[in-house]
Design a protein around this ligand. Sequence first.
Ligand SMILES: Cc1cc2nc3c(=O)[nH]c(=O)nc-3n(C[C@H](O)[C@H](O)[C@H](O)COP(=O)(O)OP(=O)(O)OC[C@H]3O[C@@H](n4cnc5c(N)ncnc54)[C@H](O)[C@@H]3O)c2cc1C
Length: 170
Amino acid sequence: MTGYTLGGGVGWFSRTYGLASDSVRAIDIVDADGEPGRVSAESDPELFWALRGGGGDFAMVTALELQLYPVPALYGGRVIWPEHRTRQVYEAFLEITAEAPRELSVWINRLHPPGAPPLVTLDLAYLGEAAQGQDLLARGRCDTRQAGRGRSRPGGLHQRPQAVHPAVPR
Ligand SMILES: Cc1cc2nc3c(=O)[nH]c(=O)nc-3n(C[C@H](O)[C@H](O)[C@H](O)COP(=O)(O)OP(=O)(O)OC[C@H]3O[C@@H](n4cnc5c(N)ncnc54)[C@H](O)[C@@H]3O)c2cc1C
């Protein structure tokens, strides 16, 4: 979480709420002299700016204070096809994203798990009700109905593995 936020952080809701670093309100640090401190836009604008996207080069971060957002409804999930559907899925990706509202994020991946056939996936996240999400996805001419998870929890949305696993996204 800290490395992700210090590096900027592109998340499922970035099209609506910006980078993770845009939602940082204050940062607790230990500086190069070993001195603890709390950095905000008011206390130290330059260091606050550098920490939010500049990575770990400026101080040791011990805590982040983040702006949170309500998510009353969330629709999405990962849809997986075999490799031979790649062209069709790319075309659907373009059709869906050409005029997508900021509440919809769609990421396309090609995966090649060791010892298994290659795959193509769409990762979908819509900040809204399932019916509206389905209408937006229907613009793409490939079946995305498997995406439906209704009020998904963001953590489980795309089955992000909790431990090391063999597939490498490219
Ligand atoms: C499978 C996978 C999926 C990913 N998906 C996304 C994604 O969707 N969006 C996205 O934006 N990025 C994504 N990333 C990239 C991810 O944001 C970066 O790898 C991020 O740096 C991870 O943070 P970390 O704390 O685990 O990494 P680390 O390698 O531990 O840290 C990254 C950097 O932050 C510094 N750092 C970490 N903790 C501190 C601290 N407490 N104080 C000071 N410096 C610190 C480190 O020194 C280093 O420079 C993904 C990476 C992987 C491997």
